[in-house]
Design a binder for this molecule. Structure first.
Ligand SMILES: [Zn+2]
Length: 165
């Protein structure tokens, strides 16, 4: 499942679904694990039986989707690696198919299949952002990607999953 966010219209993109905000509120959401600044919520979304808060770090501009079930038990936190842009959408539409079998979609599928808390055990949010960006074929911060690559062996040792991004 790929996540994107359109900050101008406060629309959360989950795979092919567009999920508009049902509420816009700026609340403190705990510390950013990348830089320690206090995260601020941007918008609240309801998707199926899940509630999702999008929050942003004012320190390093990381964006996260925090996923809760409908009685506000926290389920998962997803680092949203890039803002949604018209260009991405146009690219996806024109390609028609989802490029099954390409290296890009394989890497992305693998990353998306790994629970975020496992990734966060080994990698920093900045490294996770870089890995997802790389898997999507987007620009990424090379230094973070290199740092992440040095840890692929450790990740394999701990979780038995070989990441190759
Ligand atoms: Zn931060």
């Amino acid at each position: 499942m790929s996540y994107g966010y359109d900050p101008e219209n406060n629309i959360l993109y989950i795979g092919a679904d567009q999920v508009p905000a049902y509420d816009i509120e700026s609340n403190e959401m705990g510390a950013c694990s990348a830089c320690g600044a206090s995260l601020l919520s941007i918008s609240y979304h309801s998707f199926g039986d899940k509630l999702i808060i999008v929050d942003k770090c004012p320190g390093c501009n990381s964006i996260y989707a925090d996923i809760y079930n409908n009685d506000w038990t926290w389920l998962d936190g997803i680092a949203i690696s890039h803002f949604f842009s018209e260009k991405d959408q146009a690219g996806n539409d024109s390609s028609g198919t989802m490029e099954e079998g390409s290296d890009v979609s394989k890497s992305l599928k693998l990353l998306n299949s790994i629970p975020m808390n496992q990734l966060q055990t080994i990698f920093s949010p900045a490294e996770i952002n870089a890995m997802f960006a790389r898997a999507k074929g987007d620009e990424c911060v090379r230094q973070y990607l290199y740092n992440a690559r040095k840890k692929y062996g450790s990740f394999d040792d701990v979780f038995g999953i070989t990441i190759d991004v």
